[in-house]
Design a protein around this ligand. Structure first.
Ligand code: NAG
Ligand code: NAG
Ligand code: NAG
Ligand code: NAG
Ligand code: NAG
Length: 289
């Protein structure tokens, strides 16, 4: 199996390029190194993945599937993942759309990724093993809402960092590598909501490293933006001042008084969101690229 090593600098440059391109939602990230031709073996492998990935992902308990089809040089590695609070029906629908859209978003590109709110699909001729990431995650995309918190920006940033950190730590230590979080803020924005997720083929340590990497590299760049997300094939996080996930928060931060040190984490008995019923529909926070 081929390994791929990314230098953090290269990854940050890639993110800068993607930001400049600022494609609209959903967010495709196309590989630029190699192409395949119509009716090739690679095309046949892609057709097989298109036909089977949505069902495999949505029927798996952790809403994840990865597959390697064929042999080098026509080998195709594909990964699908749904956000951990989505049910099987929603997951199947999202991935069906994603995998259908990808070939037209990235025509004949051997490597392509597409990020939706509730699912990610990725394929490549290079098989990257879990945790094989030396810098910020593979094919990283960053999106943000340009509006800012105006009332107490400094306290917002401190609270946001604590919330995202606590959510990422909880995701890494959970069996499904997914967590949601919530913190009380102020009158302008009563709550901050967060989510973090890794592909569940990673160990807790690999997941923590992946999330810590994209938190350290990119969270500060959001400034006082009221919403933002960093999307990678291996791990992702997102925050909004509007609710965007199903079910109760799995991590809650106690409300601090102004000028107080970073708040303590108050773990909650948050249920692991199972695929299936009992979920409340909540509006999505829209992030502008
Ligand atoms: C690919 O196969 C389809 C169906 O067999 C055919 O219609 C099409 O012309 C072929 N395209 C190329 C580029 O060979
Ligand atoms: C889907 O699952 C089937 C049965 O286990 C397997 O043969 C196939 O390779 C899987 N496809 C994908 C894209 O995961
Ligand atoms: C939010 O703050 C950033 C950084 O100061 C600034 O560039 C941006 O224009 C602000 N957004 C709005 C909508 O004012
Ligand atoms: C959370 O914060 C601690 C202390 O700064 C840091 O060591 C850890 O890597 C952070 N975890 C994540 C997932 O960002
Ligand atoms: C799955 O989630 C969607 C959207 O939240 C909801 O409309 C639907 O009823 C759910 N389906 C099941 C089987 O729970």
């Amino acid at each position: 199996m081929a390994h791929r090593h990314f230098l953090p600098v290269a990854a940050i440059l890639a993110v800068a390029q993607l930001l400049a391109r600022a494609a609209g939602y959903p967010w495709p990230v196309c590989g630029y190194t190699s192409n395949f031709v119509a009716n090739s073996t690679y095309q046949a492998h892609l057709d097989f993945v298109t036909a089977t990935l949505p069902k495999n992902v949505s029927s798996s308990p952790d809403l994840f599937a990865a597959v390697v089809v064929g042999a080098v040089p026509e080998q195709l590695w594909a990964v699908g993942l749904c956000r951990g609070d989505i049910n099987a029906t929603g997951c199947f629908g999202c991935l069906t759309q994603a995998i259908q859209d990808l070939p037209s978003e990235c025509p004949y590109s051997k490597e392509a990724t597409i990020y939706y709110d509730t699912c990610t699909a990725h394929y490549s001729d290079v098989h990257t093993l879990p945790g094989d990431d030396t810098g910020p995650a593979l094919n990283t995309y960053r999106a943000f809402n340009d509006a800012n918190v105006t009332s107490e920006p400094a306290r917002f940033q401190t609270l946001l960092a604590a919330l995202v950190n606590a959510t990422a730590e909880r995701a890494a230590s959970s069996t499904r590598r997914f967590a949601t979080g919530e913190a009380d803020f102020d009158l302008e924005f009563p709550k901050i909501y967060s989510a973090a997720q890794c592909t569940p083929d990673q160990t807790a340590a690999q997941c923590r490293k992946c999330l810590a990497g994209i938190v350290a590299a990119f969270l500060g760049g959001f400034g006082s933006n009221i919403g933002g997300r960093v999307l990678g094939v291996d791990c992702t996080y997102r925050f909004e001042t509007r609710p965007f996930y199903n079910g109760p928060a799995m991590v809650r931060l106690a409300s601090p008084s102004p000028g107080a040190p970073a708040p303590a984490v108050e773990p909650t008995a948050g249920r692991p969101a199972a695929a299936g019923g009992g979920e409340r529909k909540r509006p999505f926070g829209i992030c502008l690229a």
